[in-house]
Write a protein that binds this ligand. Structure first.
Ligand SMILES: [Zn+2]
Ligand SMILES: [Zn+2]
Length: 359
């Protein structure tokens, strides 16, 4: 996909949500040209767009992006045009895309299939124009068909689902009978909950804060969490050690990326326990209770973004109903009303907000 110039009048124009310059705010809905496609690319009509925590970080100026830029990376859509060298996709296919839409394909990481770790990786909505628009040109190698049994809205949640799958299934390697604590009940935390339950966790506790109580933690409970914890009112250590007869948790999954989540996560782990972190801390550095971790032989596992294989897992789990993303879609707004969901998302009243085009 080539970067497209903006702020000019174009005959073949489309609407796009653009971050115009660094700092907090500076987001506008403007006309941009419909992109052309290269021989190996397809043109996708965007049908549904998901708003991610990292979009909010970029909008608030807490995460760098290559501005001016069309925001957004979570989406699904329909292929409406294809280049002459596209071989695996057809016009009319319903698709979503990995974030590694540019990677060198030749470094050791790429040749292992870890395109998300390539030094030359570029992702939409961060390094290059993103998906909060009407059409996007993407290389076919980054695409995945969305299962026939799910809607475009649900298809837009495949990307965060792949992040959760990479974390708990490929990095943390959930084991049968694991006692799991998930900290941070956002979209990825609630997907991780469903995945660890499906793949054999004995019990799952989901922890959040006071402002998670009325929506996110209740959803965790409805999805089958054995216990929800409001860490602003309850002592997570007391509860986890009581539930595990004093042993502690086998696995903590951090989906918050905060100092307190990492600290508490290590406090509640058993000896030989694993803490897998997928949380994005922005620019801050996080300290860990080193002595506690080393004296208990703990594993600290970092999990970044998603791999191509984690997308295959998600596609399979969605196809057979092993995960359900519908309860996570709490807000739907038409594209032109994007400001409403951005405001709600900033306040934390949202699990997953989806924007859609009227036609
Ligand atoms: Zn995302
Ligand atoms: Zn590479």
């Amino acid at each position: 996909m080539s970067d497209i110039p903006i702020f000019i009048f174009w005959e073949d124009a489309m609407k796009a949500i653009i971050k115009t310059k660094p700092g907090p705010g500076n987001v506008e809905l403007v006309d941009v040209p419909v992109p052309g496609i290269a021989e190996t690319e397809v043109l996708i009509k965007v049908r549904a767009m998901g708003i991610c925590g990292s979009d909010i970080l970029i909008i608030d100026g807490d995460m760098d992006a290559n501005v001016p830029i069309i925001l957004g990376h979570e989406f699904s859509g329909e292929i409406v045009e294809k280049g002459s060298k596209v071989t695996h996709f057809s016009i009319g296919d319903r698709v979503a895309s990995e974030l590694s839409i540019q990677s060198c394909r030749w470094c050791v990481d790429c040749r292992r299939g870890d395109f998300h770790l390539c030094a030359n990786r570029r992702a939409p909505g961060i390094h290059m124009n993103g998906v909060f628009t009407e059409y996007i040109a993407l290389p076919e190698f980054s695409l995945h068909k969305i299962p026939d049994n799910i809607s475009y809205e649900e298809g837009a949640v495949m990307e965060p689902a792949a992040v959760a799958a990479h974390g708990v299934l490929e990095r943390a390697l959930i084991q049968p009978e694991d006692f799991v604590v998930i900290i941070g009940p956002g979209t990825i935390g609630l997907l991780a909950l469903q995945m660890v339950m499906h793949y054999g966790a004995k019990k799952v506790v989901v922890a959040g804060k006071e402002n998670d109580m009325h929506l996110r933690l209740l959803t965790a409970q409805e999805l089958g969490a054995d216990r929800i914890i409001n860490v602003d009112r309850e002592n997570i250590e007391d509860i986890v050690f009581e539930m595990t007869d004093g042993r502690g948790a086998d696995l903590v999954v951090d989906c918050a990326g905060t100092q307190s989540a990492i600290y508490e996560g290590i406090q509640v782990l058993k000896k030989h326990g694993r803490l897998c972190t997928m949380g994005m801390p922005g620019e801050i550095e996080i300290g860990i209770p080193w002595k506690k971790a080393i004296f208990r032989d703990m594993d600290l596992i970092f999990s970044y973004s998603s791999s191509a294989s984690s997308w295959n897992i998600v596609r399979s789990m969605l196809e057979r109903g092993a995960i359900n993303v519908k309860p996570l879609i709490t807000h739907r707004e038409s594209f032109s009303n994007y400001q409403i969901v951005l405001d709600d998302a900033t306040k934390g009243n949202v699990i997953k907000a989806i924007l859609f085009h009227e036609s």
